[in-house]
Write a new protein. Sequence first.
Length: 705
Amino acid sequence: MDGTILALDVLDDPPGVEVIDQLERLRYQLWTDSSVSPTPTDSDAFHFPVSNAFEMTARTLSVPATVSICLRDDAGGMIADVGHLEEESVADGEYIIELGAQIKTYIEVEGPIEITSDLLEKEIAFGQARVVRVGVRSRHERPAATVTTTEDPRDMMAAVSTFGSALKSQSPERSYPTLRGHPPSIEIGDTLDVPAVVQPPETDVRIEIPETYEAIFTAAPLAYYLGAELQPGTAPRLVTDGGFAYALDQPDGLEDGVARTLKQLFTLDCVTRVDGLYNIELHERNVIEQRVGLDFASLYSRPLSEQVAVYLSVPYEKIDDCIPTWRLTTHVRPEPSSIEQLPYVVNDLSLVRIPETLDASEGPANVSGGQTARGGTLTRSTATGTTRATTERTEENEERYVEPATTDSLEQAWIGDGIPIGATKLTKQAFENWFEREKVDGDISITILVNDDRMNEEGDIANEVYGDRDDLPFDISVRNDLSVAELRATLSDDHSFLHYVGHIEEEGFKCSDGMLDAATLDSTGIDAFMLNACSSYRQGLNLINAGAVGGIVTLNDIINEEAIKIGETVAYLLNAGFPLDTSLSIAREQSALGGQYIIVGTGEIMITQQPGMVPFLVDLHSIENDAEISIMSYVNKEARLGTIFTPFLNTVDDYSLASRILEDITISRKKLKEFVTLQPVPIQTKEGVYIDLNELTETAASSKQ
């Protein structure tokens, strides 16, 4: 696989192969019964699209129990979905085995096939040694081209209308994240220029909106998902060639109208697609089918315009509780330059809102400055006297605090000038850095940097938490009290993640012999970071400008004790495969000073992968005779909205759309312990404490009672 972003390593103990995505930093192992010598084969010969392919001879293949297996016939038709602790067998014939691994994988082989599973592994047996053809496809997506637009609203409409060119299907299957490609990038220029490869798709649906930046930005995610063209109109509405019209400017305004319409169309697509590639038991399908009485099997093959008309005839209240919790709402200043970041948030199906007010807030509450506060409590500021002049500093730099309105999405983001409170500060540079990352085939490199001995506690905790997973290769290093030259060298080197503990001031990072301003770096090899120090926002932005993708920063002074609490929780969640922003959102709830922390760049980046694709958190309500739990599943960059999820529990026998809560689950203590050994699972107790991912202790249990 040389020359591509996918690499292949042959394993000796246990025998098999490891497939590595060198750009997305993903990998998985496919074990065999004996040593193998894979050789390249023709990827174009596969039924499903793959970018690389190899063949090898094996009698059995095995994967971790967390990997889903879908058995198909040679035409791609689904035969069976082999779930947790389930078995399946088929007779002679040609088959396709689809693996739900981190890297999309299709195996073409002759039967008979017998699939069995136990608590830790699933085995695919062929009865005798057979030639196995394996095709793999990276989940990496990038814009196919760049569209140039002027600041004229009609040109911007034409640019946004190209977003649907990235869709790989116009059927309900576009609700699967793997069938939604990345929209083309956009830049502001002197003339409108739409490359031929990203011409608007031909659909029978269009969206009419006023010629304003506000309307264009708000309608963008809906236009992308439907492959619809934006056209000027006095009243915002969705229109089809069949004569159907649906008002988007509903009583609560255009933003809510677009959001509700997108959520309704998306969710009903997810329900309808069950009659397509993946014929599975889906919780949302079973619930909605009973309520609305639609013939989903017939809807699946009907034209988009007819599907839209039928979907929007369903009262929203009938499906409201089946809509997955939306991952992201992005608050966008209605300025021409904002459109250049629009493709990146639309790729995440983010809802878009225009701020009601652009007035600056005074920022989050400050902590007393100086080395100590509150009777000797250590802070992470080296300033003396009272609070530092945060407001004056931001005014000097023409950047003031803004506080986006709260929505029901999991995450909030901000595009435009201003320092957002409680939201990610998105920057175009961060997304460009993401696409410019170089291939990496080594270990996950995490550097923990402590530049104050009094803060060694967090460094020790981080060193213990990061890299404790046997399924991934880690390179963990801990460094203390660096000089300016040493810190400059560290920030310039390649690191998957930097966890910084220490002091940051106006002049930069405090070192043993002076200060280092990250603005003086020529470049950085850091992918992501946490700057757990006072007022680290500015230095975090400097790291993004130098080449980083995303990071956690603070807006003001922080107390050391609270910083440790947040730093520890973030470490647990990042190590378990949660993205940066979700990790911070959960951690913020554990501290009174959580509001001091935000993301700069993009929060989608993950440091480690999730064994089962979808990250989830177990909320432990009680553990007396049995355990009473809820499970909250999340979406991330590799498993976006539309991904299906089921926990490996015998009390849950169907799939659900990811990003929802499975409530009122009762299991035995033994089953709960087995559950958390399958994959790293953060467990939240009543006090909001996160325990060791593989050790459900009686101490943690008693904290719930």
